[in-house]
Design a protein around this ligand. Structure first.
Ligand code: SF4
Length: 63
């Protein structure tokens, strides 16, 4: 599966990093950065949680 992050709507809450630190990071301004757009099978559950708790709706899982 693939993850997309819309940096224009991200509000730097950091919930994604908290839930899936192997897939998400934040830049110096706190805006989300993807460590990997391809989500390994063992990370899908954590990334799904991150998508659900992201307050801005910036994250989308597809594929
Ligand atoms: S949880 Fe959502 S709003 Fe917060 S840093 Fe991650 S992508 Fe941005």
């Amino acid at each position: 599966m693939r993850i997309e992050a819309n940096r224009d709507v991200c509000v730097s809450a950091g919930m994604c990093v908290l839930n899936a630190p192997e897939v998400f990071d934040q830049d110096d301004d706190g805006v989300v950065e993807l460590l990997s757009a391809e989500v390994p099978a063992e990370q899908v559950e954590a990334v799904t949680r991150a998508v659900q708790v992201c307050p801005s709706g910036a994250l989308r899982l597809s594929g």
